[in-house]
Design a protein around this ligand. Structure first.
Ligand SMILES: NC(=O)c1ccc[n+]([C@@H]2O[C@H](COP(=O)([O-])OP(=O)(O)OC[C@H]3O[C@@H](n4cnc5c(N)ncnc54)[C@H](O)[C@@H]3O)[C@@H](O)[C@H]2O)c1
Length: 164
């Protein structure tokens, strides 16, 4: 199986290491060509067109997701995209419509929604077991903050994290 990967920043480089051990061929690309060459040289991967593949993984900045997902749908290449599908509702609906129209599988990286602890908390709230919810404490435990350039592209820390 040949998998294409777009974006080799914090999360994309992590996905590249996982994928290179799992798939027959990994094709990587990044807006920064030297980053793509560095990752391909370090892993079992080559630099090329990530859409010329059996499936594509999108790990570029949030503002680019919708356009890339619509392209994947138009080419009928199944896509896994980091969260969120888009920064706003209208673009998210555009992605959903493209996926429905083309019948292409689009999976968004909301891994928290498969987390046993989160699922149990949600069920406890929905069933009424927790009673009335007055306050929520949320903690993000990234060891280091993102680069300053990440913030405007992500919608800011609240939107970036609350979307989970
Ligand atoms: N699921 C999670 O818990 C989780 C965690 C971290 C990040 N993310 C998501 O992953 C995405 C990327 O986050 P990050 O922290 O890795 O960002 P980053 O800024 O570290 O990396 C983004 C990379 O994409 C490249 N890039 C930009 N535009 C491109 C394009 N059009 N084509 C190819 N490459 C392009 C940049 O050069 C950069 O290397 C964000 O949408 C973020 O919300 C999700």
């Amino acid at each position: 199986m040949r998998v294409g990967l777009l974006g080799l920043g914090r999360i994309g480089a992590f996905h590249a290491a996982t994928l290179s051990a799992l798939v027959d061929e990994l094709v990587v690309s990044d807006a920064d060509q030297s980053r793509a060459e560095e990752v391909a040289g370090r892993l079992k991967a080559r630099v090329g067109d990530p859409f010329d593949a059996d499936a594509v993984v999108i790990a570029t900045p949030t503002a680019t997701h919708a356009e890339l997902l619509v392209r994947a749908c138009d080419l009928r290449v199944p896509a896994f995209c980091e969260k969120p599908a888009a920064p706003g509702v209208a673009e998210t609906i555009r992605v959903a419509e493209a996926a429905e129209r083309s019948g292409t599988v689009v999976h968004i990286g909301f891994q928290r929604r498969f987390d046993a602890g989160y699922t149990a908390a949600r069920e406890a709230l929905r069933s009424g077991e927790l009673g009335t919810l007055h306050r929520v404490h949320m903690i993000t435990a990234d060891p280091a903050p993102p680069a300053p350039g990440y913030v405007p592209m992500s919608g800011g820390i609240f939107r970036d994290c609350h979307i989970h």
